[in-house]
Design a binder for this molecule. Structure first.
Ligand code: CA2
Length: 146
């Protein structure tokens, strides 16, 4: 089983600012948590981050035939990107949405998620642990839908 973890714009800045919203751990800690979780679970993983919408769309398209599942935190593109939604729908790879903060308790403009329309489940407000939970959920889902 291989999964792709995609992180959108500015998540590479984790730990540098806004610790009240996004925690004190940096992007390297996020990557380590994902890689450790996948190693323990016997899952192959690639972690990808981009600040560019088109690069994220390209990565989702390229996942076809290589990855069995996607964990995605589209960051700000969550609330704006029909292109990312369309790419997730097009490849039909089971996907889980993750947000570090609890977007449901934030500004009105964060209440819309386009990506969610193509995702099996959303984890939010759990900090980096949302990625771990998303990976475990995908593993269960993929194991029972082979
Ligand atoms: O809670 C999340 O994971 C978000 O996807 C994070 C996005 C935000 O636009 C979404 O509404 C919710 C923002 C990521 C920016 O990360 C930063 C990290 C450190 C300093 C500044 C930004």
């Amino acid at each position: 089983m291989n999964i792709l973890v995609i992180n959108g714009p500015n998540l590479n800045l984790l730990g540098i600012r806004e610790p009240d919203l996004y925690g004190k751990e940096d992007y390297a800690a996020l990557v380590a948590l994902v890689e450790d979780t996948c190693a323990q679970e016997g899952i192959g993983v690639e972690v990808f981050q981009s600040n560019h919408e088109g690069a994220i769309v390209d990565k989702i398209q390229q996942a076809l035939g290589t990855f069995d599942g996607i964990v995605i935190n589209p960051a700000a593109y969550t609330h704006t990107s029909v292109a990312i939604l369309d790419a997730l729908k097009a490849v039909q790879i089971p996907a889980v949405e993750v947000h570090i903060s609890d977007v449901s308790k934030r500004e009105d403009f964060r209440q819309v998620s386009y990506a969610r329309l193509a995702c099996l489940k959303t984890y939010m407000g759990l900090g980096l642990d949302g990625y771990r939970q998303g990976i475990l959920y995908l593993k269960e889902y993929l194991s029972s839908h082979r």
